[in-house]
Design a binder for this molecule. Structure first.
Ligand code: C5P
Length: 401
């Protein structure tokens, strides 16, 4: 596990535990990391920029409106010039500002502007940690992919006892190592191709054919495969869910673009086609907006089938991925349709899910799936999509082992 040369942007917020940030900087420097520190508005009351600067051997940033800082390194650049942003200690106030998307000091602004992974190490009074506002803020941040280390439980500076103590610097260093230099997982050295989200098939420059896919399941599968060490290429249609960290994302709009991106990404050991690809596209999309004319009948759309990406990836070819997994969203006769689809598409496994409106599953957070393989059909319980993804990734790893 090697952090040599990794760049950490350490954001220190106000709190009695801020003194431990000094020890964290020392550990990170010892591990070979470059460390740049940003102090929140309140942090300067607890730890001095001079101490952080001496230990990090690097300029410390505190002021959002500093002309000197902006001319040397603008706050946007600062937020992106690191491999990881670490907030330690993360006060209740800064976590709330992160959850709300405020940008009212330099610390909050770089956290809002960054495109890099973020690790927070909360530290606060136990009542503040357990307050419903903080609980909700932490849930919001976790849903956005923010990683958390701690807090620990124990005696606090305010003479109370409970969870809220900043994780010890060695534990924060271990969490940083797990994110930036993880131990090789069972899929290390394997390349996984994942498709996710809907496709948009243009009718004219402003209208398109689409479906209700959120991209949550496919993105979660990409993240789960990456967590097991795979190099992941995620080819995803237009979605609003965040891209998972640590995977190569190729953004596409149409089925044809998705197919091209998939073929470009080959060779791959694993392909998981979780995208809800539109079955048809308009034969030739209009170059200008189709106008309504009073009294005229609505336009007829001449549809042609889209390429079947799953079937093409499954077909025998020299670079066919060893394991190809498709999805089958069905509203009835789930198992029979899924088993027939596995044979028809030529893929190895089908993850079948019931998307009849009564399940409320399409676009939601949970999924109830059946895994259809050559050996038979397994029923999995209703699970959050992240857990479906982890189970599937573990099965893939076991099969390729
Ligand atoms: O045929 P159907 O759309 O039900 O098949 C679903 C499976 O096929 C999914 O895995 C989906 O990603 C894949 N598919 C595809 N390209 C298409 C249509 C579906 O890859 N054009």
């Amino acid at each position: 596990m090697n952090l040599l040369g990794k760049r950490i942007l350490l954001i220190v917020s106000g709190g009695i535990a801020a003194y431990k940030a000094l020890e964290l900087v020392r550990l990170l420097r010892g591990a070979g990391c470059g460390v740049t520190c940003v102090l929140s508005r309140a942090a300067g009351h607890f730890v001095t920029p001079l101490s952080l600067q001496a230990l990090s051997e690097s300029r410390v940033y505190t002021d959002l409106f500093s002309l000197t800082d902006e001319s040397e390194m603008g706050h946007i650049q600062l937020s992106r010039a690191a491999d990881l942003l670490v907030v330690a200690p993360a006060s209740a106030d800064l976590l709330a500002r992160m959850a709300t998307g405020l940008a009212d000091d330099l610390a909050a602004t770089v956290l809002l502007a960054t495109d890099k992974p973020v690790l927070v190490a909360p530290a606060m009074n136990v009542r503040m940690w357990q307050h419903p506002a903080t609980v909700a803020n932490m849930a919001t941040l976790a849903a956005r992919g923010v990683q958390v280390v701690g807090p620990d439980e124990g005696a606090m500076a305010c003479n109370e006892f409970g969870p809220g103590r900043l994780a010890e610097p060695p534990a924060i260093l271990a969490a940083i190592t797990a994110l930036l230099a993880p131990a090789p997982g069972p899929l290390a050295g394997k390349h996984a191709l994942v498709t996710s989200g809907p496709t948009h098939e243009p009718i004219d420059p402003v209208r398109y054919i689409a479906n209700r896919s959120s991209g949550r399941q496919g993105n979660a599968i990409a993240a789960a495969l990456a967590a097991l060490g795979a190099r992941v290429t995620l080819v995803r249609g237009p979605v609003t869910v965040p891209d998972p960290a640590g995977v190569t994302v190729v953004r596409v709009e149409t089925a044809q673009q998705m197919l091209d991106a998939c073929l470009d990404a080959l060779p791959a050991d694993i392909a998981v086609c979780a995208a809800a690809v539109a079955d048809w596209r308009v034969a030739s999309a209009a170059s200008g907006k189709i106008k309504k004319s009073p009294g005229a009948p609505p336009p007829m759309l001449d549809l042609v089938p889209n390429p079947d990406i799953l079937a093409l990836l499954s077909a025998p070819r020299p670079d066919r991925p060893r394991l190809v997994v498709g999805f089958a969203a069905e509203t009835d006769a789930l198992d029979e349709n899924a088993a027939a689809k596995r044979l028809r598409k030529g893929c190895d496994w089908i993850v079948a899910n019931d998307v009849s409106p009564a399940t409320g599953i399409m676009g939601g957070e949970d999924n109830t799936v059946h895994l259809v393989t050559a050996a038979g059909i397994e029923d999995w319980p209703r699970l959050p999509k992240t857990e479906v993804a982890q189970r599937l990734a573990a099965r893939i790893a076991a099969t390729l082992a």
